[in-house]
Ligand binder design. Structure first.
Ligand SMILES: [Zn+2]
Length: 190
């Protein structure tokens, strides 16, 4: 099922054409199809440079139980691929963090370079979360260039595991590989 969209207009349009493709959508809560109605945008306070800005990052639909529809009344969310659900940072910050690590930066400076903030606690959280997803990253790769692995031998063990895969993702997709991954795989990056 589609979860990520590349822009807010196509997501908005999708939620207004729900009756056109009833078989492609199944409610995660009750398993029914064909009772969906649009239900408003999801906003998130995004870190943009040094301030927070409220931006639409997704949209909800409701499995409606009103006006002759017999759904369960609960909502489903769809997202822009530029954002990772449940993270306060945009996808590009995560791509930039890994790109900086790939070029040899220590974790703290890579995080500062990507996010313009100095507290690196998130960096360690990101690394832990990504470690559990490595099998999904590898499944997304068309070409794997294992030759890069030796370039990361001097790094901490978990970076030795993660960085060759992140580098492969960058080479298979683009520098915005977190967004690309979510769009192509229809799966959260972390
Ligand atoms: Zn439902």
């Amino acid at each position: 099922m589609k979860l990520f969209f590349d822009n807010i207009d196509s997501l908005d349009q999708f939620t207004h054409e729900l009756d056109h493709h009833p078989e492609s959508l199944t409610c995660q809560h009750c398993g029914s199809q064909g009772h969906f109605v649009p239900h408003g945008f999801v906003y998130k306070n995004q870190h943009i440079d040094h301030s927070y800005e409220k931006e639409p990052v997704g949209k909800r639909i409701m499995c409606s139980n009103r006006y002759g529809r017999t759904g369960c009344g609960r909502t489903l969310r769809f997202y822009l691929a530029d954002y990772v659900p449940a993270l306060s940072r945009a996808a590009i910050h995560i791509s930039l963090f890994f790109l900086a690590l790939i070029t040899g930066k220590p974790i703290q400076s890579a995080y500062t370079e990507a996010t313009h903030t100095i507290d690196p606690r998130n960096a360690y959280r990101w690394l832990s979360k990504c470690q559990t997803k490595i099998i999904h990253y590898r499944a997304a790769l068309v070409n794997r260039c294992g030759t890069y692995s030796s370039a990361f031998n001097w790094r901490a063990q978990r970076l030795q595991l993660l960085l060759p895969t992140m580098n492969d993702l960058r080479n298979n997709f683009s520098d915005s590989f977190v967004t690309d991954f979510q769009l192509k795989q229809q799966r959260r990056f972390m």
